[in-house]
Design a protein around this ligand. Structure first.
Ligand code: 13P
Length: 277
């Protein structure tokens, strides 16, 4: 789990020795509220979670992906909280122009948003977003200094046919592997098997670990050991207060992207507390 951040040669009385800085890669509990709740409910939910004053380690983060109209309010609620960040749930794949009703990455940046979910399976399914279009979103996010929280994951039929690894690798390659190493190192991956989303049917911890380790090995082939070891890979799909600890304990699972259970303060607080640390 810990990876070597840097090794620095230092000369001392006894000769040269090496100071190695060991760092933990980020562990993240991300809430995806989807299209739920009013402005007032959103504000109380955030405040309730902050009031729990969860003791977070330096490498632990909490991200709330909230509906567009709540971004500014949410950002000001967490403004003085070091470990808490606000994310958009989507942005458009073009920079600007005559796209009525859409929101650009530049607009998000202009209101201080530094995270954006892209490629959620609901957007792929209901809004026809494909891998190539998501490559454009990733570029625009990075150009605007927004961290993309890139979702991938296979449908049930693919899992049943045993081709889930290839399916997920294809999604990641097609949407992200055009990025150079520096840009890629700002990406967060969320593996969300579609058959586990909103179904109450969580992937078993072994299934999650197997896929996350496969994703990390795919990243290693492309970007090398250090980048692969530092990339947070979150699990999403029916994460609940009673299964989060088991999932997050897996070596390559760096937290979760949580839908339903992120809408109840008590449940989400427990999920945050379950982060590895
Ligand atoms: P659920 O936690 O409700 O299954 O949703 C997962 C999800 O889609 C998070 O993005």
């Amino acid at each position: 789990m810990p990876y070597i951040l840097s090794t620095q040669a230092m000369d001392g009385f006894y000769g040269t020795f090496y100071k190695t800085t060991i760092a933990m890669r980020k562990q993240i509990a991300a809430a995806n509220w989807k299209m739920n709740g009013t402005y007032q409910q959103a504000e109380s939910l955030l405040n309730e979670i902050l009031q729990a004053k969860i003791a977070l380690k330096p490498f632990q983060e909490v991200i709330f992906a909230v509906p567009f109209p709540y971004l500014i309010m949410s950002n000001s609620v967490v403004a003085n909280e070091y470990h808490y960040h606000i994310s958009a749930q989507n942005c458009y794949h073009k920079a600007s122009g005559a796209f009525t009703g859409e929101v650009s990455a530049e607009m998000l940046r202009s209101i201080g948003i530094r995270y954006c979910v892209i490629g959620h399976s609901e957007r792929r399914e209901y809004f026809g977003e494909d891998n190539a279009l998501l490559a454009g979103k990733a570029d625009l996010c990075l150009k605007n200094e927004i961290t993309p929280l890139f979702c991938c994951g296979e449908p049930l039929a693919v899992r049943e046919s045993g081709n889930q690894n290839q399916y997920v690798a294809d999604q990641i390659e097609a949407s992200l592997f055009h990025l150079n190493k520096e840009d890629f190192s700002r990406v967060i991956i969320a593996y969300e098997p579609i058959w586990a989303i909103g179904t109450g049917k969580t992937a078993a911890a072994e299934q999650a670990q197997e896929m996350h380790s496969f994703i990390r090995s795919t990243l290693k082939k492309k970007y090398g050991e250090e980048t692969a070891a530092a990339t947070p890979i979150l699990y999403g799909g029916s994460v609940k207060a009673n299964n989060a600890a088991e999932l997050f304990a897996c070596e390559d699972v760096d937290g979760g992207l949580v839908g339903g259970a992120s809408l109840a303060a008590d449940d989400f607080i427990e999920i945050v507390k379950a982060l590895k640390g």
